[in-house]
Design a binder for this molecule. Structure first.
Ligand SMILES: C[S@@+](CC[C@H](N)C(=O)[O-])C[C@H]1O[C@@H](n2cnc3c(N)ncnc32)[C@H](O)[C@@H]1O
Length: 299
């Protein structure tokens, strides 16, 4: 059994305070979907503009680059471990920028993943470029890949189309960067917005699915998963980040706060749509199996 840092009473949200490399091999469980926001290795003592003030780009010692070989070996190691913990039909989403995304893409191909899409997340409110020697950096990439070339994956095509006013959703997503209200439980230096994670989860999982985030930070992935009735396991080596995660989970246990967040994210309608699909009998056998599974071997 693996000792958890936190396990919610509804059993839908668990956190492990460990190094991903030592804890992942101990799991006896396969997940339906993985979202990973690994270190981008961009903390190079450079400067940026944050809230109108000059500030350092450094995020923490975990984000310092030790060179290309180190970046490649870090990415190869965690992707290999995570692949082992994915169901045959599972998919993985990995976010990055030029600092790490080429390494990730190359290693995904080496490990026989099939790349499905490379999403460009265009931030509607990026910080201005400080040096004025480049175009404003306003995008991040999110690679979506499936574990096996020949095993079909789940994609909620219809829902994505509906979210996009009846037109096929493209691989460029215009979404704002993190909003102030999302930091009510404390600050993580690289917290992802809920709008990005809820879209990812709605696109690639069904209700009850198990979602893994091996670099969970403040657990935006877990909060999005639970808001949409999916289950979640997050890993981070820094306890202070897991404290923010726990507080965020406790926050959404208050139904009024949960409702407020859902309406800020414009999610209430889409959630209803999913529920009505289930009422119409569109629940697959696979989905029923999800509900039967319990937590991974974690106490
Ligand atoms: C980019 S942040 C993730 C932020 C997260 N997506 C959020 O919304 O808050 C990456 C996280 O990975 C964690 N981390 C880095 N190396 C790790 C390792 N070897 N094992 C576990 N966690 C690690 C860091 O502590 C950091 O919180």
């Amino acid at each position: 059994m693996i000792q958890s840092y936190f396990k919610s009473t509804d059993k839908k949200f668990a956190l492990l305070n460990n190094d991903v490399f030592s804890v992942l091999p101990k799991f006896d469980f396969e997940f339906d979907m993985v979202f990973a926001d690994p270190p981008y290795f961009l903390s190079n003592d450079g400067l940026t503009i944050k809230n109108g003030k000059i500030s350092s780009v450094n995020k923490g010692s975990w984000d310092k680059s030790q060179g290309l070989d180190e970046i490649n070996s870090f990415n190869r190691k965690w992707l290999n471990l995570v692949r082992e913990k994915m169901k045959p039909n599972a998919t993985i989403w990995i976010s990055g920028t030029s600092h790490n995304i080429f390494s990730i893409g190359q290693i995904l191909l080496e490990l026989d993943f099939k790349i499905l899409n490379i999403i460009t997340w265009e931030k509607t409110n990026p910080p201005p470029n400080f040096s004025c020697r480049y175009f404003t950096h306003s995008t991040e990439q999110v690679i979506w890949a499936r574990k096996e070339a020949k095993t079909p994956h789940y994609f909620n095509y219809e829902l994505m189309k509906r979210l996009n006013e009846g037109k096929q959703m493209k691989d460029v997503w215009r979404l704002p960067a993190i909003a102030k209200w999302e930091k009510s439980c404390g600050k993580h230096p690289t917290q992802k917005p809920l709008a990005l994670l809820t879209r990812i989860i709605l696109a690639s999982t069904q209700k009850g699915a198990w979602v893994l985030d091996p670099f969970t930070g403040s657990s935006t992935t877990g909060i999005a998963a639970n808001l949409l009735d999916r289950r979640f396991l997050g890993i981070d080596q820094e306890a202070s980040f897991l404290d923010i995660s726990r507080a965020r989970k406790q926050e959404i246990e208050d139904s009024l706060i949960k409702e407020r967040i859902m309406s800020k994210l414009n999610l209430s309608n889409f959630e209803d749509q999913i529920v009505s699909n289930i009422r119409l009998g569109k629940v697959t056998e696979l989905q029923l199996e999800y509900f039967a599974n319990d937590m991974p071997n974690i106490i």
